[in-house]
Design a protein around this ligand. Structure first.
Ligand SMILES: [Zn+2]
Length: 276
């Protein structure tokens, strides 16, 4: 299930969601049903998807709250063994819904501050939480290096030690309960270019245990209202590969999808232009 229909702020789900569906369907491993919420401000009382029958819910959503019963059913679906993928600003969603914060591990914006919990990083060979002043931010979109931190995790197995991701927002300073999270890959906002950066290893890809459920959290994939194809953040072969492998892992616990030959190197991003 690709669950979408609202994106607050700068994002455009009508552009991003078909791209995500295409990546998943082109892999041959998924059949995708899009579930679209009512639009922002509309009556949400009848929004109650049937989660049963789905292995994984991919969320491209940052919008109005859902009814209590829908929230409870969703949390029960994931904790009962369902998969969830949180895509880019989905981690901004539902700042007051505690189970959702636990599912996504960390998030930003929508009023979040230090009371939401610690920050998350990779230090001395492991995932750790820490706290410093300041909250969520990101530099302007740019190419940046992503470093693999858990090479034996099914999502990461076979990926290079580092690779150049194309033209994206590097989410930094996210906060949350940050419990039961394994940081799979990180990136650093260059302190020489960003006054706000302390050079921390920011989590880019995460795996989260929520009850019996598996959550794959990618902070990558900014798609803005004025972006035109090829939208490099989501046409990056590094994004495409980790997104579909992460979705497969969330759905099944295993990964069979291969690393493609055009995967980016540490020096060179790699883009697939849908027009070519
Ligand atoms: Zn964004």
């Amino acid at each position: 299930m690709l669950l979408t229909g609202q994106c607050a702020g700068a994002h455009d789900w009508m552009k991003s969601s078909p791209i995500l569906a295409g990546i998943l369907e082109d892999s041959g491993r998924f059949v995708v049903d899009a579930v679209i919420t009512p639009p922002a401000g509309a009556d949400m009382s009848g929004f109650a998807p049937d989660w049963s029958g789905y292995d994984v819910v991919v969320m491209d959503y940052d919008g109005d709250d859902w009814p209590d019963a829908t929230r409870e059913a969703f949390a029960a679906f994931v904790s009962g063994g369902g998969g969830l993928v949180s895509f880019h600003a989905t981690d901004n969603a539902f700042p007051e819904w505690k189970p959702f914060l636990e599912m996504t591990g960390v998030g930003g914006w929508r009023g979040r501050d230090e009371t939401w919990g610690p920050k998350l990083t990779w230090k001395d060979g492991r995932t750790v939480t820490y706290d410093t002043p300041g909250n969520h931010w990101h530099p302007r979109k740019h190419d940046f290096l992503i470093v693999t931190r858990e090479p034996e995790h099914p999502v990461m197995r076979g990926l290079p030690e580092s690779w150049m991701h194309a033209c994206d927002e590097l989410y930094a300073g996210l906060r949350g309960p940050a419990e039961n999270v394994t940081v799979l890959a990180t990136a650093v906002a260059d302190p020489a270019q960003n006054d706000r950066s302390k050079g921390e290893n920011e989590p880019m890809l995460m795996a989260i245990d929520y009850g019996k459920g598996r959550v794959f959290h990618t902070t990558l994939g900014h798609v803005g209202r004025s972006d035109q194809e090829p939208i490099r953040s989501v046409r990056c072969v590094g994004f495409i590969t980790t997104f579909k492998r992460g979705t497969e892992w969330a759905a099944s616990g295993e990964v069979t999808l291969p690393i493609p030959d055009d995967f980016p190197t540490a020096d060179q991003p790699s883009i697939r232009d849908p027009a070519e």
